[in-house]
Design a protein around this ligand. Structure first.
Ligand code: ATP
Length: 199
């Protein structure tokens, strides 16, 4: 599995549709200060579901949408597509190529797609959770991030390791099942009360 390409449309400084193609091995992005190198990394984090504006070096999530320049009007939406080569079947999906798209409008609405089909963020997280490209983005190591991990609280560090080990997905499912069980229990109690009243 490797990242094949990244397409940015209206994401941060990338007003015009731009596609970067990656080959297996090491890719270096070079350019002058402020030319958008870090924006490329932000786009990868964002398309994979990053929810924190701060993690994307912005004040609010809307800041990922091209804000305009002196010669160019602001845009109404940002869109990023990340295509992953899955010919080794590392992702549990019957496609040799998987494209993940995230779109966001100025109204705040957003949407996700897997290979062009609308989906929930949860579907993307589940698809990627065993691959090492997870919700916590530990595949993206930004400046100062290693320091952050070393100084993290033990529970945060545990969550990080759990995600790397693919355990987080099962923990989330367990939490969901427990919540369901709890609401079933409440329904059952209500049913018992009603039955008692009818007797
Ligand atoms: P450095 O080498 O200094 O770290 P860089 O190449 O990593 O720089 P980035 O931080 O990726 O550069 O890009 C910064 C540029 O992106 C700035 O010029 C900033 O104005 C622009 N930018 C960020 N968000 C937006 C946005 N929403 N709309 C338009 N431009 C934006």
């Amino acid at each position: 599995m490797h990242l094949k390409s990244l397409t940015l449309k209206g994401f941060k400084s990338f007003a015009s549709p731009t596609t970067l193609r990656f080959e297996p091995g090491i890719t270096c992005v070079v350019g002058p200060n402020g030319s958008g190198k870090s924006n490329v990394v932000d786009a990868i984090a964002w398309v994979l579901g990053e929810q924190g504006a701060k993690a994307l070096r912005g004040g609010k999530m809307e800041d990922v949408i091209f804000a305009g320049t002196t010669g160019r009007a602001p845009l109404g939406r940002a869109e990023v597509t990340l295509t992953i080569d899955n010919s080794d079947g590392a992702l549990p999906i019957d496609y040799t190529e998987v494209s993940i798209t995230r779109r966001m409008f100025r109204t705040g609405e957003g949407e996700y797609e897997i290979n062009g089909d609308r989906c929930r963020l949860l579907d993307i997280q589940e698809l990627l959770s065993d691959s090492g490209i997870g919700r916590e983005m530990h595949v993206l190591v930004g400046q100062g991030r290693l320091d952050g991990i070393l100084h993290a609280k033990p529970e945060d560090r545990r969550a990080f390791i759990e995600e790397a080990a693919g355990v987080l997905k099962h923990r989330k499912r367990k939490e969901k099942a427990l919540r369901k069980l709890e609401s079933m229990g409440a329904n059952l109690n209500r049913l018992n009360d009603l039955t008692a009243e009818l007797r």
